[in-house]
Design a protein around this ligand. Structure first.
Ligand code: NAD
Length: 247
């Protein structure tokens, strides 16, 4: 098992799903974890639960579309726990699924780009600045959607292709700082985001309730992705570069 003892980790979207599982695992492996999310109730509950287990965890309200929030998230992590070692960007939304391109409204398209692309860029920007010459690790969450496979949403697939592009381009723009950037593309993972997407698919295709439930039962455990992220966050992954796809 890889150790993250003493590492300072910021996880956006850490209140739920993949981010939540990753926060639990990183904290259990000794990291000092700051959960950033718009969902105060879930984020605070998770931080409280982990703190009661004696783990170092803190929740910070952040809307990743707001630059001031992203900057404050990173500064709070440093003020609480010391220099930032690892950023994991799990905050994301999936909207506009099963809507034809000609019918997709601009607000939906833009909102998805704002959270998934702008939000990832802003957290990455302020983490790179904070890491400085000391360096660190940045793990971006893209998706198979828009990268190697189809997406149910034009907006979402486009945004995830952009996140993948950001991870591809970024290493050449770090001004020599020793920062490792990996992009992780999960497959179908059992989270509120994906469950809602399966329900949208069921509605679009006229599935029965039983069909929807059967499809939801095929979804993978978020902890499996969390294990990949915890490994990539560790020094054991020092030689890993580029994009990693999960089952
Ligand atoms: P989730 O809905 O459980 O988690 C997403 C989290 O992001 C939530 O806690 C939500 O409150 C937070 N969030 C949303 N908008 C935000 C904002 N503006 N600022 C801060 N936080 C915000 O979903 P998940 O499936 O765990 O998604 C995590 C990441 O994994 C997303 O980027 C998603 O696109 C990606 N992903 C998921 C799957 C899957 O099958 N579940 C597959 C591929 C990629």
């Amino acid at each position: 098992m890889t150790s993250l003892a003493g590492r300072v980790v910021v996880i956006t979207g850490g209140a739920s799903g993949i981010g939540g599982a990753t926060a639990r695992l990183c904290a259990a492996r000794g990291a000092r974890v700051v959960i950033g999310d718009v969902d105060d109730a879930r984020g605070e509950a998770l931080a409280r639960e982990l703190t009661e287990l004696g783990l170092s965890t803190q929740f910070v309200h952040v809307d990743v579309t707001r630059e001031a929030d992203c900057k404050r998230l990173i500064q709070t992590a440093i003020a609480s726990y010391g220099p930032l070692d690892i950023l994991i960007t799990c905050a994301g939304i999936l909207q506009g699924a099963f809507v034809e391109l000609a019918e997709l409204d601009l607000d939906t398209f833009q909102r998805v780009q704002d959270v998934n692309v702008r939000g990832t860029f802003l957290c990455m920007k302020h983490s790179v600045a904070a890491m400085g010459d000391r360096g660190g690790t940045i793990l971006l969450i893209a998706s198979g959607a828009g990268v190697t496979s189809r997406s149910s949403s034009v907006a979402y697939g486009t945004s995830k292709a952009a996140v993948h592009g950001l991870g591809f381009i970024a290493p050449n723009h770090l001004a020599g700082r020793p920062i490792r950037v990996n992009t992780v593309c999960p497959s179908i993972v059992d989270t509120p985001l994906k469950r809602a997407n399966v329900e949208d698919e069921g509605r679009a295709r006229g599935w029965s309730h039983a069909d929807i439930e059967a499809a939801q039962q095929q979804l993978r455990d978020p902890e499996g992705v969390a294990r990949v992220l915890a490994f990539l966050a560790s020094d054991e992954a020092d030689y890993v570069r580029g994009t990693v796809f999960t089952a």
